[in-house]
Structure formats: structure tokens, C-alpha cells
Design a protein around this ligand. Structure first.
Ligand SMILES: NC(=O)c1ccc[n+]([C@@H]2O[C@H](COP(=O)([O-])OP(=O)(O)OC[C@H]3O[C@@H](n4cnc5c(N)ncnc54)[C@H](O)[C@@H]3O)[C@@H](O)[C@H]2O)c1
Length: 319
């Protein structure tokens, strides 16, 4: 199948594009390289450097390539930038995504797979684990913009028959992650410890998150090619992990003795989130296979390798 993957110069979608290429699909990548790196681009894919806000550019690419499936990961995904610049956040995450959805409909694409967010969408949940039906109460512009596209997909399905699958990720981690993003604590702690910088924990270290390893997220994107039509899925581990536990795991794997520096929490951060993943298990026939200690070992080994190359620009390089 011909699949257009957006954001595949970045962390998650570069792994998804690799898996699609390895499965024999014809992969087209669209990314503006605002955050991702050329080094992450799969050499067997065709790459278009384009901003998803560029409607004409998007239309041209769709006319030329006519993808059957769109896998949409490109986003303004810096939560704090969204707080500072809500208009920019909406322009990329809402209007940019709409450009893609409209082009998909115009060119008769079959399916639209959308990378959404669980942590930034549910707000501060009163119930854990949180199921997909839990009320959406974002406390940041990023949470609003990412969720809004779920409504458009639902509506466009009714209006034009475009099939969709929404994957609401927990905190994804693994090789190629940037320390600048929504959920990069493994990357942040690893980079800081390897550089001899005292790691910073925002808050008291007890905030709970749901970590899911990159290969499990990739498996969900593969399952979504065939299953889960017109459904929304939480994609996480269903396991509660505190910030301080992540710190301890990384510290242990790097053989460091350092203590964290605790600083005030940042606006827009929730206390606790852990996802109910039973729907993905039954309808997508997907479940996470990599536990936190295995995933942490592979992730920290990657950042060690990058640091050993002493090439800071290689943080996003293909392993
Ligand atoms: N990392 C996580 O834990 C997490 C959690 C929930 C949801 N998500 C979602 O998954 C997706 C990918 O996240 P990631 O962690 O791989 O981020 P990333 O920053 O590594 O990748 C995003 C990619 O999108 C590209 N991009 C940004 N703005 C663009 C634009 N206007 N036009 C074209 N390309 C643009 C960037 O250059 C980058 O390569 C995002 O949609 C994000 O909201 C991520």
C-alpha cells in the first residue's frame, strides 16, 4: 500500500515509517524538518519537505502521490510552546491537520491514522486507569488542538466516508526521542547525566505517567492499517510510573550517584495519568510487549552510544 507518513523525520513516526517500509509498503514522508532530522528519514522512502500549514504544497504532494493511507504524526508538540503561543499551536495542529484531512478526502484516500495524546487530553483524571470514554478536559492549548482533530475525523467520516483510527498515546519513549518534547524524561535524564549536569525534576518526583516503549507504539500503528476502523484507542502500558522511578532507573543504568534537583512544577502539567488499554487489546488485537526495565535499558544504551560519539547533533541519528 502507498502510505504517507507525516512527521517521520521525528521520533515516533520515523520508527513507524521504518516498520512500514520493512513490511513492504510504499512510504512517502512529509516533514518540514522544524524539529526532526534528515538522518531519521528512511532511505527507501520518498521525502517531501513541506509544512502542513502550506495548503498548496500539501495539495500538490497528494495529487502527485495519491496515498491510500495517511499516518499523521507531524505536530507542534511542545506543550509549553503551546501555552506561550496558542495561536501557533492551533495553526499547526488544527489547521495543518485539516489541510491533510481535506487533501485525503479530495484524493480518495481510504484511511487516516492519527497520533493523538492521552496525557494532555484527559486533564487531571479522577479515575485510573482512564478509559477512552472518560471526559476530555485539556488543561493546555496543545491538549485542545490535538483533541480537536478527533472531532473532525469523526465528522469527516460521516460527511465523506474517510475511515480513521485515533491512537491516543501515553508517554512514548525510546531511541531517537528528543529531550525537547512533550514526554521526553528518559531522554532528558539520560542526556543530563551523561553530560554531568544535575537532572531536574519538576515537582516532588511523585507525578505518575504511563510509559509505552516505541516498538509497542509502532506495533499499534501496524495494527491500525487493518483494524480498529473509526475507533479511538489508548496506547499505553497501563502501568503507573512515578518521575522519580524513571530517574532511579536511568541513574542505575548509567551507574551514576547523582541526586535530582527539585524545582517548581510547570503550568499545564497534570499529577497522575495511567491508561486503560483494554479496548486496544480487544479491537486492535494489540498489547504492549516491552516492560519498563527492558525499554529503559534499550533507551539508555542508545543515549550512551550517542554521547560516546561526542556528536551532539547526532542525538536524532539513526541507531
Ligand atoms: N512523544 C510522546 O510521548 C507523544 C505522546 C502523545 C502524542 N504524541 C504525538 O505523536 C506525534 C509525534 O511526536 P514525536 O514525539 O515523534 O515528536 P517529534 O517532534 O520528534 O516529531 C514531530 C515531527 O513533526 C515535524 N513537524 C512539526 N511541525 C510540522 C509542520 N508544521 N509541518 C510538517 N512537519 C512538522 C517535526 O519536524 C518532527 O519531525 C505528535 O503528533 C505528538 O503530538 C507524542
Amino acid at each position: 500500500m502507498k502510505i504517507l507518513v507525516t512527521g517521520a523525520a521525528g521520533f515516533i513516526a520515523s520508527h513507524v515509517a521504518d516498520a512500514y517500509v520493512n513490511a513492504g509498503h510504499d512510504v512517502v514522508i512529509l516533514d518540514d524538518l522544524s524539529r526532526g532530522s534528515r538522518r531519521n528519514l528512511n532511505p527507501k522512502s520518498r521525502f517531501y519537505q513541506c509544512d502542513i500549514r502550506d495548503r498548496e504544497g500539501i495539495e500538490k504532494i497528494f495529487l502527485l502521490e495519491r496515498p491510500e493511507i495517511i499516518n499523521h504524526h507531524a505536530a507542534q508538540m511542545d506543550v509549553r510552546r503551546g501555552v506561550r503561543e496558542p495561536l501557533f499551536d492551533a495553526q499547526v495542529n488544527i489547521l495543518g491537520s485539516l489541510n491533510l484531512i481535506e487533501a485525503a478526502v479530495a484524493q480518495g484516500a481510504k484511511r487516516f491514522i492519527y497520533a493523538a495524546t492521552a496525557g494532555a487530553g484527559y486533564g487531571e483524571p479522577k479515575q485510573m486507569p482512564v478509559p477512552e470514554g472518560y471526559p476530555i478536559n485539556p488543561i493546555t492549548p496543545y491538549g485542545i488542538s490535538k483533541h480537536t482533530i478527533e472531532h473532525y475525523l469523526f465528522t469527516f467520516r460521516f460527511l465523506y466516508g474517510l475511515e480513521y483510527v485515533v491512537l491516543r498515546y501515553g508517554n512514548v519513549y525510546g531511541p531517537r526521542q528528543s529531550s525537547q518534547g512533550e514526554a521526553g524524561v528518559f531522554a532528558i535524564f539520560s542526556e543530563q547525566m551523561l553530560a554531568g549536569i544535575q537532572p531536574v525534576i519538576y515537582g516532588d518526583g511523585k507525578k505518575i505517567r504511563d510509559y509505552v516503549y516505541i516498538s509497542d507504539v509502532v506495533a499499534a500503528n501496524i495494527a491500525a492499517l487493518e483494524r480498529g476502523s473509526n475507533e479511538i484507542f489508548n496506547i499505553g502500558s497501563g502501568v503507573e510510573t512515578a518521575d522519580f522511578e524513571v530517574f532511579q532507573i536511568v541513574r542505575h543504568l548509567l551507574g551514576e550517584q547523582v541526586e535530582p534537583k527539585y524545582v517548581a512544577r510547570r503550568p499545564g502539567e497534570i499529577d497522575n495519568i495511567c491508561l486503560d488499554i483494554s479496548k486496544a487489546k480487544s479491537l486492535l488485537q494489540w498489547e504492549p510487549r516491552v516492560n519498563l526495565s527492558e525499554g529503559a535499558s534499550m533507551t539508555v544504551a542508545y543515549f550512551k552510544q550517542v554521547a560516546a560519539r561526542k556528536d551532539t547533533s547526532a542525538v536524532h541519528a539513526r541507531p
